[in-house]
Ligand binder design. Structure first.
Ligand code: ADP
Length: 159
């Protein structure tokens, strides 16, 4: 049985993340989405809120679970008996950082491999940061994330 973890900030989840989650769920027996709650970052949504949103938008995928974690992704993988870390690659700009992280992680945990899924073309431009910026200026974000997420952003930003 191959268990994969998909770590990230997910502040909040977009259709780009969901696309990776769906595709990973058909390649691995179990996918654990790891919501990174690093105290150095100041997210729009708390860790608990991000986990709850992700649970709701993935509850139709039986082999996906969502957990909060802090610290290193490799440790999160090891704690969950996962042999694979999944990351999404959007553009060349993602590549250098992701390659460095994957190589570092391999030194830290040689039994955990990083597997990259390239983004589906329709979501290549999409990031949580851009989505939040568009929302803050009153733009329509319904093409970027599920209705539940759009609603949560509106509530959080008092829009
Ligand atoms: P992080 O802060 O760790 O980059 P993110 O929540 O921004 O966390 O992203 C988590 C993962 O999802 C990363 O691997 C990122 O490259 C990937 N990702 C983000 N947006 C997209 C997208 N639109 N398409 C595919 N992958 C994406």
């Amino acid at each position: 049985m191959v268990i994969a973890v998909y770590p990230g900030s997910f502040d909040p989840v977009t259709y780009g993340h969901l696309d990776i989650i769906y595709r990973a769920s058909s390649s691995f027996d179990q996918v654990i989405v790891g919501v990174l709650c690093n105290s150095a970052k100041s997210p729009l949504f708390s860790g608990e809120e991000r986990v709850n949103i992700l649970k709701k938008v993935t509850d139709d995928i039986p082999n996906v679970t969502v957990k909060q974690f802090d610290g290193l992704s490799v440790n999160f993988a090891i704690e969950n008996q996962a042999g694979v870390i999944v990351r999404g690659l959007r553009a060349v700009t993602d590549f250098e950082y992701e390659l460095q992280m994957a190589q570092t992680n391999r030194v830290l945990a040689p039994n955990v491999d990083t597997i990259f899924l390239t983004t589906s073309l329709e979501y290549a431009y999409l990031s949580s940061t851009t989505m939040k910026e568009v929302a803050a200026f009153g733009g329509d974000i319904s093409k970027f994330a599920p209705p539940l997420v759009v609603e949560a952003i509106r509530d959080k930003m008092n829009l």
